[in-house]
Design a protein around this ligand. Structure first.
Ligand code: DQA
Length: 142
């Protein structure tokens, strides 16, 4: 089965209790289980990771770059300012799908731009956790 890494950044481990009106009530563990199950249905071997440590996240992106793995990335607040993470993402050779649970363009001004988008294959914003499943469906097309 083709491997896919789903990488979730800072504060996303708090899903479920974090601002539920914005991010919904699904916990990170439930999100991970849904993604693994959806992946299996699509013939994808999905691994979901989350960290609040930017260096750890950059290390995981390097790992995906070295292994040629596709990545679904919600880089959370780092999306808006981390050139280090952006430069790591630029090294990926397989598709990179940027996902945001909320509709960032309808929120505060600082969320309107992402430094990741220019190096992403596509960006999905505002579909809730369904955005992750949409990303997997795209990656399953090969
Ligand atoms: C987010 C949007 C970001 O602006 C925010 O900092 C997050 C989550 C989203 O999934 O909607 O932490 O990436």
């Amino acid at each position: 089965m083709n491997r896919v890494l789903i990488l979730n950044g800072v504060n996303l481990g708090r899903l479920g209790s974090r601002e539920p009106l914005v991010y919904g009530s699904t916990t990170h563990a439930e999100l991970a289980a849904t993604c693994v199950e959806t992946g299996a249905q699509l013939g994808l071997d999905v691994e979901v990771r989350q960290t609040d440590d930017e260096a750890q996240m950059i290390g995981w992106v390097h790992e995906a770059a070295d292994a040629g793995l596709p990545v679904v990335l919600n880089s959370a607040a780092w999306s808006h300012y981390s050139y280090g993470l952006r430069d790591a993402c630029a090294q990926l050779t397989a598709p990179l799908i940027e996902v945001h649970i909320s509709q960032t363009h309808a929120r505060e001004q600082f969320r309107h731009s992402s430094v990741i988008s220019a190096v992403a294959t596509a960006t999905i914003t505002g579909l809730g956790i369904e955005g992750y499943r949409a990303a997997l469906r795209f990656l399953a097309l090969g």
